[in-house]
Design a binder for this molecule. Sequence first.
Ligand code: CA
Length: 226
Amino acid sequence: MRVLLVEDNIELVALLKRGLAQGGFAADSVGTANDADHAVTALQYSAVVLDRGLPDDDGLRVLRDMRRRGDATPVLVLTARDGVSDRVTGLREGADDYMAKPFAIEELVARLQALLRRPGNLLGKQLSFGNVSLDTEGRHVTVAGAVRAIPARETAVLEILLRRSGNVAPKRLFEDHLFGLSGDVGSNAVEVYVHRLRKMLADAGATVKIHTVRGVGYLMAEEKPG
Ligand code: CA
């Protein structure tokens, strides 16, 4: 899952990225409210970690604009201020959670995982289709009851397909999740990962298959026996 980190403290960004990676998240980071506006409109993130004290604006302005556009991406607000009124303001503007600095990175990762487990945002911990399942926190893939070693990017492809199971997932979605903003995406990069995953699933005896929908994206469907 890819999260956007909006924070201007470079050292904190480095620490957060490391902690998030250990928690199974890939993170893009921006340091201003203006860049955050562009990032959240360009990509669909699983969650946003938003600092309030940004050089060009209060982070809450970014949040308010997201909610006005109908963007319901979970947002965890970070702030140096810990007054009750700041907290209330943040939640009223549509924040899903709130943490005051300084905080433990482990706690932030745990809270982010909890946010993504909340019903209503379609993000379950355990995703399954056919005999394939993925533990989205531990990043374990199980096929026919056996845990399979699947590399991170192929696992990310699988996660998107599982979340969309039965529906076509547009190619763009894979590009965004695999490569994010820093993406130097080769024209066939997504195909390469899908192809590898397809082979891994077939070798493992999966009852689901990944179909290519030309010009649109990919679809995971269950194979009917016989
Ligand atoms: Ca700051």
